[in-house]
Design a protein around this ligand. Structure first.
Ligand SMILES: Nc1nc2c(ncn2[C@@H]2O[C@H](COP(=O)(O)OP(=O)(O)OP(=O)(O)O)[C@@H](O)[C@H]2O)c(=O)[nH]1
Ligand SMILES: *[C@@H]1O[C@H](CO)[C@@H](O)[C@H](O)[C@H]1NC(C)=O
Ligand SMILES: *[C@@H]1O[C@H](CO)[C@@H](O)[C@H](O)[C@H]1NC(C)=O
Ligand SMILES: [Mg+2]
Length: 395
């Protein structure tokens, strides 16, 4: 009897398998085909059966104890929503659900209701959405538009990524010199900058803002790297000019050795990768950096072509996706010149990726953070990394 059932079962399965033509098979397994069919299907009420409330654990009380005067900062467009929630969910899970620091979102256009709802869903923390004042975003009127347009055209003709783009230049200039002056940031001292589509690999059970505060740090990074050399000389000439005019603003115990191998004569192209930053807003708002930014800004370099290869202070070469002229070198040079070198902190325990590089904590730190990155995939001492120059500051 058992054999009969088995044989029957085999015959029936064979029948189904064989009667399924290749064409049908292809159609049934093509997900894109299936999803096509669902497109335009009627909206229906949400599925009702949830798990009863009593099965849920009580939410833990908000973090108690000492807190820093700090916030997360996102600069983003409505169109960045997908990448923003990806990043933010990780910030919450790896760190912030324990600490509940607030968020500030900035945009030169109003955030959509969808954007606001989707990000508020991810956290119990306060979120504020700020509009960037037009005068902090658009090309200032004292910029010679004819010259700027010519620069953009040349960049576009040379197929430099973003070269023809005014918004990208606006963004770089804003990040270099304006985000920390936005009114929503006045009430904070520390910030953690987060970009869309980044990855945080490790649990962080301590408060990096309190570390900044207690140790009087002003700038924290995870990845540092070289800038494409051809874009540097004009920026460095301006930096040297600034130093010459304002020697008293330069910190004697500075980190010049991180950015120059010949005591400031030339730039070694090192910069901290500014898509991740934990920093002191008052440092940017202070006299030295403010004057420095204004000086660079007046040079017009954020908009004009300033050398034969590049460009404004915010460009990337088509064949050099690695590099990014903009707030990264400007912030880095500012931090290196105006802060004490031991006020710049390497967050070794924060596993972090912004394509195409990642910092993966090694050894004990990897275990401690329950990091999920492959420790072998770690940029720290790759040839293109500048961490060795940072180490040399303290050697
Ligand atoms: N509001 C606003 N935000 C922008 C604009 N352009 C860029 N951003 C944001 O500025 C940050 C940097 O922009 P990205 O496009 O990531 O620039 P990038 O890091 O050089 O380039 P990727 O390698 O593509 O990430 C991100 O947080 C963006 O969301 C813009 O025009 N408006
Ligand atoms: C937080 O820091 C800002 C900037 O330094 C300051 O103006 C503000 O008073 C501080 N707030 C608190 C509660 O300490
Ligand atoms: C720019 O032009 C100058 C003089 O024409 C040349 O010496 C220099 O090498 C050029 N720079 C780059 C990066 O090509
Ligand atoms: Mg980015």
């Amino acid at each position: 009897m058992r054999y009969v059932v088995l044989v029957l079962a085999i015959i029936i399965s064979l029948h189904f398998i064989l009667s399924f033509s290749h064409e049908e098979y292809g159609r049934a397994t093509s997900l894109s085909h299936l999803s096509e069919q669902f497109k335009g299907s009627q909206p229906h009420p949400p599925y009702q059966d949830g798990v009863p409330e009593e099965y849920y654990a009580q939410p833990s009380a908000p973090a108690q104890g000492r807190r820093a005067n700090a916030t997360f900062v996102f600069l983003a467009r409505n169109g960045d929503l997908g990448g923003v929630v990806t990043s933010m969910k990780q910030v919450e899970d790896r760190f912030n659900k324990e600490f509940q620091y607030p968020y500030v979102f900035l945009n030169e256009e109003p955030f959509s209701d969808e954007f606001k709802e989707r990000v508020q869903t991810l956290t119990d923390s306060k979120i504020e959405f700020g509009l960037i004042p037009k005068e902090d975003w658009v090309q200032p009127e004292w910029i010679d538009e004819e010259r700027a347009a010519a620069a953009r055209k040349k960049m576009a003709d040379d197929k430099v990524i973003y070269g023809g783009s005014v918004p990208y230049r606006n963004m770089c200039r804003f990040n270099s010199g304006f985000f920390y002056r936005h009114e929503l940031l006045h009430k904070y001292k520390y910030y953690w900058r987060v970009e869309p589509d980044v990855t945080f690999f490790c649990d962080l059970h301590y408060d990096p803002f309190l570390l900044m505060q207690d140790q009087k740090k002003v700038y924290g990074f995870t990845i540092s790297l070289y800038e494409y050399p051809a874009t540097i000389p004009t920026l460095w000439d301006s930096v040297k000019e600034f130093i010459k005019e304002n020697p008293d603003l330069v910190e004697p115990d500075n980190a010049m050795k991180f950015i120059s191998d010949d005591e400031g004569n030339s730039y070694n192209n090192c910069h901290f990768w500014s898509n991740f930053e934990i920093g002191d807003l008052d440092f940017w708002r202070g006299e030295a950096y403010s004057k420095f930014f204004d000086f660079l800004d007046k040079k017009g370099g954020f908009y004009y072509e300033v050398s034969n290869i590049t460009v404004g202070l915010c460009e990337r070469q088509a064949d050099q996706v690695l590099q990014r002229w903009g707030d990264a070198p400007v912030h880095s040079i500012g931090a290196a010149l105006f802060a004490k070198k031991d006020q710049i902190h390497f967050f070794n325990d924060i596993g972090y990726r912004h394509n195409p590089f990642q910092h993966c904590p090694q050894g004990e730190l990897h275990k401690k953070g329950k990091c999920w990155c492959d420790p072998k995939d770690n940029f720290d001492y790759e040839w293109y990394s500048c961490l060795k120059h940072y180490d040399a500051l303290f050697a």
